[in-house]
Design a protein around this ligand. Structure first.
Ligand SMILES: Cc1ncc(COP(=O)(O)O)c(C=O)c1O
Length: 416
């Protein structure tokens, strides 16, 4: 168990960490899981690719999540070790024969996705024409408006979709259908559209589905303009569900990754140099801040300044900064802009918020970096998708400023 502090700021009052520090918030996982429980009529399947850390899996388990979307044998083993009774959904569009074999025979995996007929033939072949398969045909859907669209890789279209549905329905014990509207999907109605598309194709194929998995894509409020109210998403889903041709015993699932874990971590980084409006920090594109460099992600960020000689942060103008990661690669640059008090200097610490999704999973040891300290913190960070109050309070803490990415000066609430 990592040591527990009330906030990153409280930790920094006692420590000057050398490595970046992962601030873990297990309560944020519980909050997100409970929100889906109250607002979505189906079951949650956690896409473990978003963050496979032990504290996340433990929090899922405590929150009653026992279903996991896995993409590889390694993820299957990680889940099975943490939660032996877990129900696994092996949803990678293309799976190695050896991995299908081990998943089916050793780990009891029965749910697989297929985007092409040859993947279905492969699964049948490897499992000796198993009669107990639950196969999700993934349909292509409109992913416009998502920050990370997946449609180039995912989903059967047109005639292929129809014949795949008919083929799978004749071979699998239960026919499932799934889709993915793209990660960080900013348009709630995409879910409704995709479900209506599923209905039309099932009707055309003259088959009923026994399982419907509406995928992931639920967004996180990172910056001004991002959706805050996730109930618009679950409403779009619930409104479209009744028209889907489903069997009487049908099961409904959603498969979020990002939305369940983004708020469960923040990251403390140190400023190692400042050149004008460029800050050189000790994590970056080859670390947890992968998305900040390679997807131009603008995480909420705050300066935590515990030194008595520094000016009062409240009096400081906020300025746009570009961040550089610690490796020698020129691609290790996080363009932002990230707004911080103009006084920020070498030796200061920053807290980068909502880094729980895909950061830890994407980190590498390039240039010898990739070491992290871990603490648990109990404070809430800024505006949460799962807060009952949906509007940011314009408050500012004594020693901590938090600034959204754009220039309209919205201040995230800080309890530091
Ligand atoms: C098959 C599948 N399901 C679920 C997810 C989770 O998506 P998100 O993190 O956007 O919710 C992904 C992400 O790539 C995925 O590929």
């Amino acid at each position: 168990m990592p040591p527990i502090f009330s906030s990153a700021q409280a930790f920094l009052q006692q420590h000057r960490p050398i490595d970046p520090v992962r601030c873990q918030r297990p309560f944020a996982v519980t909050q997100a899981v409970n929100w889906f429980g109250a607002n979505f009529s189906g079951q949650l399947v956690y896409a473990i690719k978003a963050n496979p850390s032990p504290f996340i899996l433990e929090s899922m388990s405590k929150g009653g999540v026992s279903r996991f979307d896995v993409a590889s044998l390694n993820e299957i083993e990680i889940v099975k070790q943490a939660t032996p009774q877990a129900d696994l959904f092996y949803m990678n569009p293309v799976k190695a024969r050896a991995h299908i074999r081990e998943a089916y025979f050793k780990h009891g995996v029965r749910r697989f996705s297929v985007d092409h007929k040859d993947e279905m033939i492969k699964i049948l072949d490897v499992t000796n024409n198993a009669k107990d398969l639950i196969i999700f045909v993934r349909l292509h859907c409109n992913d416009e408006g998502s920050v990370l669209p997946l449609g180039k890789k995912y989903g059967a279209t047109g005639e292929q979709a129809l014949s795949l549905l008919k083929f799978v329905s004749s071979k699998a014990e239960r026919l499932g259908v799934t889709f993915h509207v793209g990660s960080q999907a900013l348009v709630p109605s995409r879910f409704g559209e995709a479900i209506r598309h599923v209905s039309r194709i099932l009707q055309q194929a003259k088959v009923q589905a026994s399982e419907l998995n509406v995928g992931g894509g639920f967004p996180v409020f990172y910056k001004q303009g991002d959706p805050v109210d996730l109930s618009a998403y679950t409403r779009a889903i619930e409104e479209a569900l009744p028209k889907v041709p489903l069997t009487k015993d049908a099961k409904i699932y959603a498969e979020p990754g990002r939305a369940l874990v983004a708020e469960a971590e923040s990251l403390i980084v140190r400023v190692d140099a400042r050149h004008n409006n460029e800050l050189y920090i000790n994590d970056g594109g080859y670390g947890i801040l992968f998305d900040a460099a390679f997807s131009n992600w603008v995480f909420p960020i705050s300066l935590i300044n515990n030194d008595n000689e520094s000016p009062d942060l409240k009096s400081q103008e906020l300025k746009p900064f570009t961040l550089w990661g610690p490796t020698c690669d020129a691609a290790d640059r996080m363009p932002g802009p990230f707004y911080l008090p103009s006084c920020v200097k070498e030796g200061d610490y920053l807290e980068v918020h909502k880094t729980g999704a895909y950061g830890w999973a994407m980190r590498s040891q390039f240039n010898g970096f990739g070491r992290y300290e871990e603490i648990e913190v109990t404070d809430k960070v800024g505006l949460s998708n799962f807060d009952t109050k949906l509007h940011p309070k314009k408050t500012i803490n004594e020693n901590t400023t938090e600034k959204m990415s754009d220039q309209d000066q919205t201040i995230l609430t800080s309890n530091g």
